[in-house]
Design a binder for this molecule. Structure first.
Ligand code: FAD
Length: 397
């Protein structure tokens, strides 16, 4: 693949304006501009600045993208407290499914310090090959450093597809990587499939506030990158008899020169991952109205072993912490039971609970849209419902 920013030396007058206009220091001047492909972000400032019209961004796409030499469906194996993050196992499940239609190997990328032992687990979950960078230099997740290491692996191996979790860490890392690799990224996909004819990855996600589903393809650049939120895909099934290849890479100081340094990690009172693992979630909405009532609902939820979540309106009112917001711009959850109290059921909220096995809605408005997606409905106030629920559950206890 040729680089997308092209210089026409016949037109260039060597004025150097392109170099001055580049915010990324990607153009140096000798007789002609020299473009550093690693630093260039294809922002187009130089193209606009060049009065001679000597610089152009090539937007043409290769005619036969399936014939490029990229190969492999890669999954970033995110590590959480020394264990594989559940989303990595879910992505491996999807990668295995995609590989059946693409006839390409599933490969995992494992970066960290003391993580090598997880390579066998990744193979058991479906990886044919695991690329391991295990080094004290990678002990802390600093996304600039991880981007450099990851970029090097990708440039060496040229995967066709790269899947990452749309987690706190994965969101930043995937965006940085897509930028340095000059490829596209579809964030927050809800489905991924291989197009039967073109063999391209069809990246499907809600668009326009969840009112339509967009299918996005990336015919021209590699890897085809997609992120998926935790809890959406079915986890891979573990098979300890599987065998695979482990490729180890060195890591030197040049991979650890980020401008940020991790000084301390503070654990938040709210466990961010607890929502994705919860069997029962009690969600608070604007209809709960007061902090006192929200606190009482939270206390009851905890007493029955449930996690507490909320709508964006409840977050804005200070009834619940922003870290437990459910919906399009919050968590996607898949509990056995989701109890929505005082939540109207706007699409941006219900987009986050499509995986819930059962939904129970408590709302004073019979016409509230939440009742159309709920399995059980209770048309009473939050206060009254809470009193009855406390009563029922304490009698049972
Ligand atoms: C781009 C975008 C992204 C968004 N992302 C999200 C997101 O991720 N998550 C999210 O939740 N929202 C999101 N929203 C906001 C969303 O559109 C809604 O505004 C929000 O979900 C409403 O929250 P709610 O249901 O708690 O409040 P409301 O819509 O105000 O509903 C309150 C409900 O409480 C009921 N009620 C009133 N009094 C009582 C009572 N005493 N007892 C019981 N019920 C009562 C009412 O009948 C009503 O149905 C987003 C919006 C946009 C534009």
């Amino acid at each position: 693949m040729s680089f997308a920013l092209n210089l026409d030396k016949d037109l260039c007058i060597g004025c150097g304006i392109c170099s001055e206009s580049c915010a990324f220091g990607a153009i140096t001047m000798s007789d002609f501009p020299e473009i550093n492909e690693d630093s260039c972000r294809l922002c187009g400032s130089c193209v606009q600045a060049c009065a001679a019209g000597a610089l152009k961004i090539n937007k043409e796409q290769p005619k036969d993208s399936a014939a490029d030499n990229s190969k492999g469906i890669w999954v970033w194996a995110e590590v959480e407290n020394g264990q594989l993050a559940p989303v990595s196992i879910e992505l491996l499940g999807k990668a295995v499914e995609l590989s059946e239609n693409l006839a390409q190997p599933v490969e995992a990328v494992l970066i960290g310090d003391g993580v090598s032992g997880l390579a066998d687990d990744l193979i058991a979950y479906g990886a044919d090959c695991v690329h391991v960078v295990d080094s004290p230099l990678m002990a802390d997740f600093i996304d600039e450093n991880y981007t450099k290491v990851f970029e090097r692996l990708i440039r060496q191996n040229r995967p066709a597809i790269l899947l990452m979790g749309a987690t706190l860490l994965g969101r930043g890392l995937s965006a940085r990587l897509a930028s340095v690799l000059h490829t596209g990224l579809t964030a927050d996909c809800t489905e991924l499939e291989i197009d039967k004819e073109t063999k391209l990855l069809r990246q499907i996600r809600p668009a326009f506030g969840g009112n339509l589903m967009a299918t996005i393809i990336n015919p021209a650049h590699r890897p085809q990158m997609a992120s998926v939120r935790p809890g959406i895909m079915r986890p891979a099934v573990k098979d300890d008899s599987r065998r695979g290849r482990v490729v180890r890479y060195d890591c030197d100081e040049s991979m650890n020169d980020a401008r940020v340094r991790l000084i301390e990690t503070l654990s938040s009172e709210v466990k961010h991952s607890s929502l994705s693992n919860s069997k029962i979630i009690v969600a608070i909405g604007r209809g709960v109205k007061t902090r006192k009532c929200a606190d009482e609902i939270s206390a009851w939820a905890k007493s029955i072993g449930a996690s507490v979540a909320g709508s964006r309106a409840a977050v804005e009112m200070g009834l619940v912490d922003a870290s437990v917001q459910v919906g399009q711009t919050g968590h996607t959850v898949a509990p056995d039971l989701y109890v929505a109290i005082g939540i109207s059921g706007q699409i941006q909220h219900t987009a986050g609970i499509v995986g819930a096995k059962k939904i129970m809605a408590i709302n004073t408005d019979r016409q509230a849209p939440i009742f159309s997606v709920a399995d059980y409905g209770w048309n009473i106030s939050a206060e009254e419902a809470l009193a009855r629920l406390v009563d029922i559950t304490s009698v049972k206890a």
